[in-house]
Design a protein around this ligand. Structure first.
Ligand code: ADP
Ligand code: MG
Length: 460
């Protein structure tokens, strides 16, 4: 069925994304929110492409645009050279949530898409049985989804996509809802099918936030940045299949991508070698409040609690030399990258840690913060916030301007609303309140919805 070509150039372009942008309207005529900006991407036959990015970077939106389920605001999607009109019949999708119909059996779920294509009953049955067999579910044809484990449900999800024999298989975080062992197992089987050349589609696009998963499955890892979602670059995996997790190159790539994902301004190179990794990952200067010409309300806070930051730093400080390898750290504390990275962002933003060469190091201040008493750690936190976190600096200054040393929270929410979709504006505010309270920079009265400066000390 599928002949994998390894030479990108000669391979057929199955999907081309050309200058695609996507914005959504914000609430009450507050303009639009740009989710994807000027995306170019080509999916060729014979390759597995991973779209890697943090949550909210627009991965699912991009996949849905390529599937023709939603329209881009600007730009064009081509399917085998022709502008896409309506839904893309060359693709089938596997969803994180399985998305099975509970009142249909396994077989009926798998047949559903064929039915829509008007394929005769007997053919439907045969093709469905073949797909069910391929995912290892024979014997379960007549079971209902509720009788199946998560892993088996997702096998049905795969069978339902396979049976359509799409040119391109789309998977949107297909293993994220499964436990570690089940996802490992299923991921391995999908990879085996691909490597054996018996895969029912010519290429795969997988959306993931999991770095190891991307390097394990993909030939190319396309890295998306956040706010708005842009393609920062791509990394060519260039390993023999199956990709050996214990090989030096695998580890180098994982380290490299960890670096890129923790340094939003680092340049992303295509060919990663040992030297490239060292040269291109020049450390970005910290965004201090003073040298930043930006609006303080546009520099998003990572949504983490102060307790989470201290917990992470305490784990790192216990390591030899006060540093830890990021992939190992993630594995050790069983944190998804999506949860770990915001903690690291916060630590870096606050000047408590630095990320380099796939390692996280504590700064001197960070070490102090992680080892001192709670009272002193609050002082350190406050001092770092006042030097480095524009949103909190701005809130404190605003409160200081007021004679009654207080302000309605609406005031800040309204400004945040100008820059973020409403939900995110509210999250930004609540994270700012959490940090500000911890630092004892201000108090928040939830029933009055007001922020207050603390009572001045007598000696002030
Ligand atoms: P990812 O899959 O990378 O986590 P998504 O593509 O789901 O990201 O979403 C990216 C951003 O777009 C998010 O901030 C999300 O809230 C926003 N978004 C997605 N769909 C819509 C929509 N229909 N209306 C408004 N905002 C949306
Ligand atoms: Mg998504």
């Amino acid at each position: 069925m599928n002949q994998h070509s390894t030479t990108g150039q000669s391979a057929l372009s199955l999907i081309t994304v050309d200058h695609v942008s996507k914005s959504f309207p914000m609430s009450e005529g507050k303009g639009t929110f740009t989710v994807l900006q000027d995306i170019h991407l080509t999916v060729r036959s014979g390759e597995v492409v991973a779209l890697l990015g943090r949550s909210g970077s627009g991965k699912s939106t991009l996949l849905r645009i390529m599937a023709g389920l939603i329209l881009p605001t600007e730009g064009l999607v081509l399917s085998r050279g022709k502008p896409l009109q309506g839904s893309n019949t060359e693709v089938a999708m596997v969803f994180q949530s399985f998305a099975l119909l509970p009142w249909l059996t396994v077989q009926e779920n798998v047949e559903l898409g064929l039915e829509a294509q008007g394929i005769p009953r007997e053919d439907r049955r045969k093709q469905a049985l073949k797909a069910i067999d391929l995912v290892g579910l024979d014997g379960f044809e007549n079971a209902y989804p509720k009788e199946l484990s998560g892993g088996m449900k997702q096998r049905v999800g795969f069978a339902r996509a396979f049976v359509l024999e799409p040119k391109v298989l789309f998977m949107d975080e297909p293993f994220s809802a499964l436990d570690v062992l089940t996802s490992e197992n299923l991921r391995g089987e999908i990879d085996d099918l691909w490597n054996a050349g018996t895969f029912p589609s010519q290429s795969i696009v997988i959306v993931t936030h999991n770095i190891e998963e991307a390097v394990f499955l993909a030939d190319r890892v396309v890295i998306l940045g956040n706010n708005p979602g842009v393609i920062r670059g791509e990394v060519i995996v260039n390993l023999p299949r199956p990709h050996d997790r214990s090989s030096d190159r695998f580890k180098l790539l994982v380290d490299y991508i960890y670096n890129v994902m923790t340094n939003p301004t680092a340049q992303v190179t295509g060919e990663v070698t040992d030297t490239v990794q060292k040269i291109t990952l020049t450390k970005i200067p910290p965004t201090t409040a003073l040298d930043s010409p930006k609006n303080p309300y546009t520099q998003a806070l990572p949504h983490v609690r102060v307790g989470g930051i201290s917990g992470l730093l305490e784990l790192i400080v216990d390591q030899p030399e006060g540093k830890d390898d990021l992939p190992r750290l993630a594995e050790k504390i069983q944190l998804e990258v999506d949860d770990l990275l915001p903690l690291l962002d916060a630590a870096v933003l606050l000047g408590l840690a630095e990320v380099q060469q796939g390692d996280v190091n504590l700064t001197a201040i960070g070490r102090d913060f992680a080892t001192t008493t709670i009272l002193r750690s609050k002082d350190i936190f406050r001092q770092q916030v006042l030097e480095r976190v524009p949103l909190l600096i701005s809130i404190v200054r605003t409160l200081q301007e007021k004679r009654n040393r207080s302000m309605r929270s609406d005031f800040f929410l309204d400004i945040l609303d100008e820059h973020y979709p409403h939900e995110e504006a509210a999250r930004q505010f609540s994270t700012a309140v959490d940090w500000g309270r911890y630092a004892e920079l201000f108090e928040y009265n939830a029933s009055e919805e007001r922020l207050y400066l603390p009572e001045p000390m007598v000696n002030e």
